[in-house]
Design a protein around this ligand. Sequence first.
Ligand SMILES: *Cc1c(COP(=O)(O)O)cnc(C)c1O
Length: 435
Amino acid sequence: MRPPNSIAGTNAEMTYQANEQFAAALDKDDPIAEFRSHFHIPQTEGGSDCIYFAGNSLGLQPRKTKQYVAEELDDWARLGVEGHWAARKPWLSYHENLTDSTARLVGAKSGEVVVMNTLTTNLHLMMVSFYRPTKTRYKILIESNAFPSDQYAVNSQAKFHGFDPAQAVVEIAPRKGESLIRPGDILELIEREGDSIALVMLGDVNYLTGQAFDIATIAKLAHEKGCLIGLNLAHGAGNLLLDLHDWTVDFAVWCSYKYLNAGPGGLAGCFVHERHANDASLPRFCGWWGHNKATRFKMAPTFDPIPGAEGWQLSNPPILQLAALRASMELFDRAGMVAIRRKGDLLTGYLEYLLERIPNQFCRIITPREQSQRGCQLSVRVKGDPKQLLNTLNTAGAICDFREPDIIRVAPAPLFNTFSEVYRFAQLVQRCTED
Ligand SMILES: *Cc1c(COP(=O)(O)O)cnc(C)c1O
């Protein structure tokens, strides 16, 4: 269906050069360069564009966002409650405006996705349906360095079902002295403990190390062992090429304020594979927005779920947030994930090339070198005082982020970052090492 994550002919065959002209030439050849002009770029005190490499944390604001949100505010002012039916984009079905683009983004059928709630909320809702432990099959497999919210969520779900997380939550960790999880170790663990694992719950890209996993292979083995598999795509959606339907993952959840630029607290996405999505007998927590649209307003006491992922909705959604997400999803649709990923590989490859040329082993990139095992982000272990480096970069107008104890995460985002920025960023880092 889709090309694999690593596209031959990008940086695997690119010979980079460490000079400004080369970076400018890459920008000139960039087929999606124009998309930068569709974003507000944060400004330095001196009034020039910041080098914004924190799109993996909070994406930038599309220029259209204000207009789309303002249209809903206007319709509300003009119409009051009538806006549910009479708004230019009626609020009753507003979330449906996002369905097709969301399905394209994650490689799903339209009935398999819905935009609703926030990420951790969706994770819990999905675990209500897909973590149903028994006496013998009760474990959840996650990464040892998973995002804390995911850890809290799985621990609390295990406890909720009467299990001790110390036994029920199995963590797959990098080997001693290593930073990355060996892909074979995940498979080996599923092979060994699969009979007692109810749910394999992984990030497709680890938030800390930027390591991406081969989900198709993991999902296949998990299913052979009788486990279900759920994904957290917080760092994958809008970053990697995803094929959720064909990978046969059971469910996935993601936020949209990182690579998807939906704004702080933006609405999250949720995927339920077709083979479950129409199963009305699955246990779930219900709300009226998941009820059959034809009879929702009859307010009958018996819940009749909408077929598909929409049947997991609880409440009527925040329209202003949906409007903001729509502005960004239009850009993803126009650029296309294949072009976005291709540029992402080149940008990140260029950043890697330049950082590795800095002498003194000042920083060590822990993210995998293989394109198929990463997205935009490079996680860099910094010797000495990483916080000070971050401050210095910040003062010079470069924004990235720090994670304890010594990791700086740098993520050039293909929709709004440039090769020249990558070049200037590496120059700044090099200058810091010389001070
Ligand atoms: C960003 C992120 C979250 C944040 O959860 P919210 O519910 O959106 O606040 C959770 N998990 C991962 C892996 C993340 O990267």
